[in-house]
Design a protein around this ligand. Structure first.
Ligand SMILES: Nc1ncnc2c1ncn2[C@@H]1O[C@H](COP(=O)(O)OP(=O)(O)OP(=O)(O)O)[C@@H](O)[C@H]1O
Ligand SMILES: [Mg+2]
Length: 260
């Protein structure tokens, strides 16, 4: 018997109310497998964040079903850690108290919580910055703090929405490397949203390409290149070229953006 997937998304659509209403996602079928690094790739406005929020239980589908480990997804859960594009740290809390925020709502003593926060800060290279405030950090460090906050709850799945979109290129390259290092330590399931083809191919086991709004699954790419990967290696570049070809088909194809 095969284990049920982490997420099983079947026939999911999402319509934002309004005049006219906006069909953001249309009939999405998607499986997320245990331990995989899945990348959702697509142009701006195609519904990536919407899909990620559906997986996080922060929105609900208007049609179709989402199952999490075999049971209908009921809402947000401590098993699902979310990293938003903007790390949204509270400016009046220290970095450590931001990272420990979710833990304060749970059982457990202060010293246990403190140890957990320090361990996660250490994992993302911020051990020396727990007592700093967010404004004293660089953009890349704030992103790391956002990742530490998601990891502090020890989620089984990490849902990441363009977490490196707002940092400079070299910082982004470093954060990608660090994220892969973290992932290789525990192989928890990751769903990672991006609109950057190079980032998708460098990080992912599998890349799911969505069409422009309304988002539909246009194509899937298995990226079987061995890890650790070297940026710019020929195998990865040819996968990038395939995805760029698919993006061209997408522009030329019948899947034009449409309102309902
Ligand atoms: N709260 C909302 N109310 C109405 N329409 C919305 C809302 N949020 C998103 N949309 C619409 O749904 C579509 C999908 O939005 P979404 O934010 O999921 O796209 P995205 O792929 O994450 O885009 P980006 O890459 O720019 O972040 C967009 O075209 C947007 O107009
Ligand atoms: Mg988005």
């Amino acid at each position: 018997m095969t284990a049920s997937p982490v997420f099983d998304v079947a026939g999911v659509s999402r319509v934002y109310p309004g005049t006219p209403p906006t069909l953001a996602l249309d009939d999405i079928d998607l499986e997320v497998r245990d331990g995989e690094f899945l990348v959702l790739l697509g142009p701006s406005g195609c519904g990536k964040s919407t899909l990620l929020e559906l997986l996080a239980g922060l929105q609900s589908a208007d049609a179709g079903t989402i199952r999490y480990r075999g049971a209908p997804l009921a809402g947000p859960s401590a098993e699902l850690g979310v990293v938003f594009q903007d790390p949204a740290l509270y400016p009046w809390r220290t970095v450590a108290r931001n990272v420990g925020l979710g833990l304060e709502l749970r059982r457990g003593g202060r010293s246990e919580r403190r140890a957990r926060v320090l361990a996660e800060l250490d994992r993302v290279g911020l051990a020396a910055f727990g007592d700093h405030y967010p404004h004293q950090l660089s953009g890349g460090m704030r992103q790391r703090a956002g990742i530490a906050r998601a990891l502090a709850g020890d989620p089984r799945v990490l849902l990441m929405d363009e977490p490196f979109g707002a940092v400079d290129h070299l910082t982004r390259v470093q954060l990608q490397q660090d994220l892969l290092q973290l992932w290789s330590e525990d192989r928890r399931t990751v769903v990672f949203v991006t609109h950057d083809v190079g980032e998708a191919v460098f990080l992912g086991d599998r890349v799911v390409l969505l069409s422009p709004r309304p988002g539909r699954v246009f194509r899937e790419f298995d990226i079987a290149e061995p890890r650790p990967r070297r940026r710019g290696e020929p195998g990865l570049l040819s996968r990038e070229a395939e995805i760029y070809d698919a993006l061209r088909d997408l522009d030329a194809g019948p899947l034009a953006a449409a309102d309902v």
